[in-house]
Ligand binder design. Structure first.
Ligand code: ADP
Ligand code: ZN
Ligand code: ZN
Length: 755
């Protein structure tokens, strides 16, 4: 096709025109717009452009209401007979389709499966810069190289400085900026200093150029070799493989080996990791082993960086992309492998907008692309495990820790009747003291941030509640923070100073009840005044890199880490030998059917942090319910025994993975509006299929949050296609309900949380 670029005066964006081929003049473009409406919008192409199918997948700028939107040409169509006169699109923004082939087909599938408008799915899939209609960014990689003047002057540079070290590194060949960045933040200032003297220059690197690495750090053990062989045997077709191996069993080494093979065959690899799993440490390990630039995609990057990573894969230049949830929408024109690390992790499920599950989409895309999908976990989701047990997924197992590491010894510690200080028993304090005395590190895990979960008046029983939130039967307690000075609601974020006196009786006996990480930290600081103490939770560590930095600061020095589940993953801590788990009892009695699975996974992940490098680790699990079946089963038979028991119960109850669920959630300022909508929605359901059932309206587990009333309908079936068919018919009726306009509603297929 012949294409010419013209500058568009209105927005300054580039747009393209093509000579008009001879097509039916009454044809129009069906355009997907990012709007919560289940339909496409018809437009005429801009003047001088024909509506031919070559434009499908291109971005367009169209008038909408009084403003304008960026959308995608989804199809060519005929306007309806009675349609009002169509408006013309302003401009086409792409020279060739941005979305096409497998990715476009997968996005359409995603829209159908999650019953989300295609325009919203596309907006979710694209990096912000491209969603906003900007041109594809330049994706060339840059590196630094010493000039001739630099070669001559090198010897004159002061020794033991950053500048000298950098000059030596880039003396013989250009080094990629992303690789230089691994060495720390200071490299750029050093590079600029060299540049000012004419000693160094920034040079464009040919795509896919190799940096360092290419060597496997270890000889694989037999189970690892078997796992790698299974992935390689499935090279050129879709094959789901579940790699089950405890933390430290060498799963990452298996991924790296399989990715190296993929690269050797000229293919691209996509690696998904959980929010917290994508550490600079991990990226360094990938770069060092694979010797190609590793593109990263996560929320900590700038919009420009995200767009560059995406585009580099789109152009087929990027070879490996490691990213969090939304990276599942990365184009893979030369796909060879998809890896999902910690596949059970809840962060793969999107909780707003298009509620997709990145692991499920990984399987879908693997199938469409005809490549293996490797799911790794120490504690697989019951969904994936059931597929493996039923023989639908290959089940690869790494039964032992790699290298010399020993599995930790776990002890359930009955604390009934014990005197607890900051939630810790005397035995726990002793174990920590002994660990410090050996020069090792201890981790105290408490999955509750803040100082204390409740502020109670000892005189009259009043407790501080959030004015805007309610749980099922009562108000929501505000968490005490700042050593007792502040109250905060963890559900809506409301904050206020803690009262000095009880608002009900005026008494002064206000006491924080229970333990949060701050209070555990306080008790430890009192008992071990000289020990290095580090608290890690969302209060202290907002950024991914923050956690890294904190842990690097600690290094291998003896000390104590206190924290929430943020500590369950990430950075390797070779000197950590004791894990104390405090107060998991709330999790044993939750109403959510997934709570036991989540608790078991969390316990195993946390326990797995101890004893990784040759030193034996131990785990002390404090509880008031030492005989609880979950703990007993986990202890006796590990995760497989727990999973078998839990799967049997799910099967008996028809719950996932043996049944399928969808949730219709609604919320509004007025409870009556929510009730009205859900009642009408239920009336509109009308599926005659006996295998599909609808339940509710049910109050949400939190019937009021941030001042808004919330309730839901549950739809269930033992057959996924039956559920899908029922939803498809239902959703169209939902959009046309007048009561739907008075609430905020959303549909969640395969919900992970029932909140
Ligand atoms: P996982 O991803 O299962 O947690 P890793 O691949 O990170 O496990 O391996 C855990 C540790 O064991 C790492 O320090 C890694 O370098 C080391 N390791 C992995 N495979 C081997 C092996 N075959 N021999 C010796 N050490 C290994
Ligand atoms: Zn009182
Ligand atoms: Zn609240």
């Amino acid at each position: 096709m012949t294409v010419s670029a013209v500058e568009n005066g209105v927005s300054g964006m580039r747009c393209y025109t093509r000579p008009m081929p001879s097509t039916n003049v009454s044809s129009c473009w069906r355009i997907a717009l990012p709007l919560p409406l289940p339909r496409l919008f018809d437009y005429l192409p801009p003047a001088g452009i024909g509506p031919d199918a070559g434009w499908v997948g291109c971005r367009v700028r169209v008038p909408f209401g009084k403003g304008e939107r960026i959308g995608h040409v989804e199809a060519i169509g005929e306007p309806a007979e009675d349609a009002p006169e169509l408006r013309r699109a302003f401009a086409v923004l792409d020279r060739e389709p941005l979305l096409h082939g497998e990715l476009l087909a997968s996005l359409r599938w995603c829209a159908r499966y999650y019953h989300a408008p295609l325009g919203e799915v596309i907006a979710t899939a694209l990096p912000a810069v491209l969603r906003d209609g900007e041109p594809l960014p330049e994706t060339c990689a840059y590196g630094w190289l010493l000039t001739e003047a630099g070669q001559t002057g090198l010897a004159g540079l002061r020794r033991n400085t950053r500048t000298r070290a950098l000059a030596e590194r880039i003396a013989h060949a250009a080094v990629d900026e992303s690789i230089l960045a691994d060495a720390g933040d200071g490299w750029r200032a050093a590079a600029r200093a060299l540049e000012r003297r004419g000693y160094a220059q920034r040079v464009a690197l040919p795509g896919g150029m190799s940096g360092i690495g290419g060597v496997s750090a270890h000889e694989l053990n037999p189970s690892q070799r078997e796992a790698v062989a299974a992935v390689l045997a499935a090279r050129d077709r879709f094959a789901p493989l579940l790699l089950e191996g405890v933390t430290g069993s060498g799963k990452t080494e298996v991924y790296l080996e399989a990715i190296a093979d993929c690269l050797a065959r000229g293919r691209q690899a996509l690696v998904l990791v959980p929010e917290i799993g994508l550490t600079p440490q991990m990226l360094r390990r990938f770069r060092a082993r694979l010797g190609v630039p590793i593109h990263a995609l996560h929320s900590g990057l700038s919009d420009g960086e995200r767009a560059r990573a995406w585009t580099s894969m789109w152009r087929g230049e990027g070879r490996v992309l490691v990213g969090t949830r939304s990276a599942i929408f990365t184009p893979l024109p030369e796909a060879g492998l998809i890896v999902v690390d910690e596949e059970h992790d809840a962060s793969y499920k999107q909780h707003e907008g298009v509620r997709y599950h990145a692991r499920d989409l990984a399987l879908l895309r693997g199938k469409a692309l005809g490549v293996p999908v490797l799911l790794g976990s120490a504690t697989p989701s019951l969904e994936s495990l059931q597929h493996a047990l039923a023989g639908r997924y290959a089940h690869l197992r790494l039964r032992q820790r790699a290298g010399a590491a020993q599995p930790p010894g776990v002890r359930v510690h009955d604390v009934r009747g014990r005197a607890l200080v900051g939630g810790l028993s005397p035995e726990a304090f002793d174990a920590i003291a002994a660990t410090l005395a050996r020069g090792e590190q201890a981790l105290v895990f408490r999955n509750r941030r803040g100082y204390a979960p409740v502020l109670l008046c000892h005189d009259c029983g009043w407790s501080a509640r959030c004015a805007r939130c309610d749980a099922a039967t009562q108000g929501v307690a505000m968490t005490v923070h700042g050593g007792g000075r502040t109250l905060m609601c963890h559900h809506c974020g409301a904050r206020r100073p803690a009262p000095r006196a009880c608002p009900d009786c005026g008494g002064l006996a206000l006491v924080p009840q229970g333990q949060g990480t701050e209070r555990v930290e306080e008790a430890l600081a009192e008992r071990f005044p000289d020990a290095l103490l580090l608290r890690v939770d969302r209060g202290t560590t907002r950024l991914r890199d923050g956690l890294e930095r904190h842990l690097a600061e600690l290094g291998e020095r003896p000390g104590i880490l206190v924290g929430t589940q943020m500590l369950a993953k990430g950075h390797d801590l070779p000197n950590l030998t004791l894990v104390c788990v405090v107060g998991i009892d709330e999790g044993l009695f939750s109403a959510d059917f997934r709570a036991p699975e989540k608790l078991a996974q969390l316990l195993i992940q946390v326990a797995g942090r101890g004893g990784r490098a040759g030193k034996p680790g131990s785990v002390l699990l404090q509880t008031h319910h030492p005989d609880h079946p979950l703990l007993a089963t986990l202890l006796a038979g590990g995760y497989p025994a727990f999973a078998a028991l839990e799967l049997a119960q799910r099967e008996a109850a028809g719950l996932p993975p043996f049944g399928f669920l969808a949730l219709l959630r609604a919320e509004a300022a007025r409870a009556a509006a929510v009730d009205e909508f859900l009642a009408r929605a239920r009336d509109a359901f009308g599926s005659a299929d006996p295998s599909v059932s609808i339940h509710g309206p049910l109050p949400a587990p939190m019937p009021r949050r941030a001042g808004r009333a919330r309730a839901q309908l549950h739809v269930a079936s033992r057959h996924r296609p039956a559920l899908q068919a029922a939803m498809q018919a239902w959703i169209e009726r939902l959009y046309s309900l007048p009561s739907a306009r008075k609430v905020r509603w959303s549909l969640d297929v395969d919900p992970v949380d029932l909140y």
